[in-house]
Design a protein around this ligand. Structure first.
Ligand SMILES: [Zn+2]
Length: 136
């Protein structure tokens, strides 16, 4: 969890981490538009996975003349991987940003762009990504 969301390392105990994550998720998916977007993506990807596996089956049968099932599982696994990657791009970034906003609200100064710990930073610029830091 903390490797996917390094912002959670700022929280001392697992309960606080879970609470912070739940708040971030709620802040994101609590908005109807985002929840709808998520559901549309999920359905679209399920359709793509289904169509992809189906087409692959037709192709293998016409090309090699056999029906097998192991590659079906492989294909489903690969497409789940693709979905995980897409979900990461679409949803992990905004959740991390919400987590950073929470940290900032709690008085822990982190870079909103990359999550770098900026406590004691006086330059007004993140040393990690070079983004300007709003003075608090
Ligand atoms: Zn930064």
């Amino acid at each position: 969890m903390t490797s996917l969301f390094p912002e959670l390392e700022f929280y001392e105990n697992p309960r606080d981490r879970r609470a912070a994550f739940a708040r971030a998720r709620k802040a994101l998916f609590g908005q109807k538009r985002n929840l709808l977007l998520y559901l549309v993506c999920l359905i679209a990807f399920a359709a793509i996975v289904g169509a992809g596996v189906g087409l692959l089956g037709v192709w293998v049968k016409s090309e090699f003349g056999f029906e097998s099932s192991w590659w079906r599982h492989l294909a489903v696994g690969m497409m789940c991987g693709i979905y995980a990657l897409a979900a990461n791009l679409f949803f992990r970034r905004p959740i991390r940003r919400k987590l950073r906003e929470q940290l900032k609200a709690a008085g822990i100064v982190v870079c909103l762009e990359c999550g770098y710990n900026l406590s004691g930073n006086l330059s007004g610029r993140c040393p990690e990504c070079g983004k300007g830091v709003a003075k608090t």
